[in-house]
Ligand binder design. Structure first.
Ligand SMILES: [Fe+2]
Length: 94
């Protein structure tokens, strides 16, 4: 699971670093700010395309991901997408 605060270095770079540090390519969930607010549509689409190749079980874009990117994730990854709101609780386990 990758929990991003704001991903100023990019959510893809963040996940790749987590994969490298953990020694596994498996990505259970990616949560947090993906810092795509005000990003060009092509950047949003390329980010989603790259995230798809990582095959996360859950994708939870929040705050600074921005409305356009959050909406795009919801449409393009409907089975993995979770809409985070105030009070949303998560339980991860084996
Ligand atoms: Fe951010």
């Amino acid at each position: 699971m990758v929990l991003s605060g704001c991903a100023h270095c990019g959510i893809i770079n963040t996940v790749k670093q987590a994969q490298k540090s953990s020694g596994t390519d498996k990505v259970h969930a990616v949560l947090g700010g993906f810092h795509l607010i005000n990003a060009k549509p092509e950047i949003i689409q390329s980010t989603i395309a790259e995230i798809k190749t990582m095959k996360p079980d859950y994708i939870v874009p929040t705050h600074c991901t921005g409305f356009e990117a959050i909406t795009a994730f919801s449409k393009e990854m409907p089975n993995e997408f979770v809409l985070n709101t105030a009070g949303t609780k998560y339980t991860f386990g084996v």
